[in-house]
Write a protein that binds this ligand. Structure first.
Ligand code: SF4
Ligand code: SF4
Length: 341
């Protein structure tokens, strides 16, 4: 299982689409670490991902947890500002996700001046120290994003790129702006990106565009379930030791599943997903969006439209991709990439 450990709800940034610090929990871990060790110790397949806020604001705690937690894999989600302070501890991570949204202009517009440069420096630090793990550009895609331009820019620096749509909980745009952008920018951009991906595949090179490899992998390996695993086989642990299904919504009652001693599970099998023709592949996409339809039913449908579009465009090429089954399998374990943007 995946255990997302929030080391602090505080963030040093205040991105336009996010709002920075999460409310409703202590600023640092308050539970007994031994309880977490015991929980992880019972699970031979445990993956521990550090998350925030900005998790590295609690860097001493992270080093301690890396030393004592008996997890099979470690993952870090970070904005990159304090990565160098980990020193040789970087090598304990199997996956590091760096938050970056595209080139300097778009990243600094969303995230704040200097953020792009910090990520590039963090990437240089990993290279200089011969880091062998997986490095992922973790994008948020919003109203000024051009999916083709931004992903191709990041592929120049990163072996893997993943994105999540800034939709439903967004304060940057509303449903009608999102729907227009989807038709005029996102869908044409996905087609161009898919053409580029297929051209490379014909030359025996699989570009690490995670939504593409992840969805094709789900089709080829008949994988089902919520891709992020929230509440099924992925749980977030707040700084006061509560267990949540999804790390981004600590206040919602449905999301609070218990504590480190005992917690329940939550199902993704609700309407309309259970009747949807792509449910096996999509898995309901996002538990939060399934439960909290902040853009109403129309908003839910608009995102489903994009999801179905992406799945169907990839599925058209599935026969051509079948021979790459072994090369395309993704993710190797739940590394916090939600596969469906
Ligand atoms: S496309 Fe929409 S309705 Fe279909 S499974 Fe995904 S989230 Fe549910
Ligand atoms: S995809 Fe949705 S439910 Fe899953 S972790 Fe992300 S926000 Fe939470």
């Amino acid at each position: 299982m995946l255990y997302i450990v929030l080391t602090t709800p505080i963030c040093n940034l205040n991105c336009r689409y996010c709002g920075g610090t999460i409310n409703g929990m202590p600023s640092e871990i308050k539970y007994k670490l031994d309880t977490l060790v015991k929980l992880i110790d019972k699970d031979p397949e445990a993956v521990v991902a550090f998350y925030g806020g900005e998790p590295l604001l609690e860097i001493d705690m992270i080093k301690k947890l890396l030393d004592i937690l008996p997890a099979k894999h470690f993952v870090l989600n970070t904005n990159g500002f304090f990565l160098k302070d980990l020193n040789s501890y970087i090598h304990k991570f199997d996956t590091i996700l760096l938050s970056i949204d595209g080139d300097k202009e778009i990243t600094d517009f969303y995230r704040g001046k200097g953020c792009y440069q910090k990520v590039i420096e963090a990437l240089d630090f990993l290279r200089y120290n011969s880091y062998k793990g997986e490095v992922i550009a973790r994008m948020t895609v919003s109203k000024k994003s051009d999916i083709y331009r931004d992903v191709t820019h990041l592929l120049e620096f990163f072996p893997f790129v993943h994105w999540q749509l800034d939709a439903v909980w967004s304060s940057l745009w509303n449903l009608s702006e999102f729907s227009r952008w989807s038709e005029e920018s996102y869908k044409p951009g996905i087609i161009s990106l898919l053409d580029l991906w297929l051209e490379n595949i014909r030359e025996d090179k699989v570009l690490g565009i995670i939504p593409f490899v992840g969805i094709v992998s789900r089709i080829l390996y008949n994988e089902s379930g919520l891709p992020c695993g929230a509440g099924e086989n992925a749980f977030a642990i707040t700084t006061d030791g509560r267990v949540l299904a999804c790390p981004i919504a600590p206040d919602f009652q449905w999301n609070n599943l218990g504590d480190l001693h005992s917690f329940s599970r939550v199902s993704n099998k609700i309407e309309p997903c259970i009747y949807c023709e792509v449910f096996d592949i999509c898995g309901g996409r996002c538990l939060f969006a399934q439960r909290e339809r902040l853009w109403g039913e129309e908003g839910f449908k608009a995102i489903c439209d994009i999801t179905k579009f992406l799945i169907k465009e990839l599925d058209k090429h599935i026969d051509e991709l079948r021979h790459l089954k072994n090369k395309i399998r993704y993710p190797p374990f739940n590394n916090t990439t939600e596969i469906i943007p």
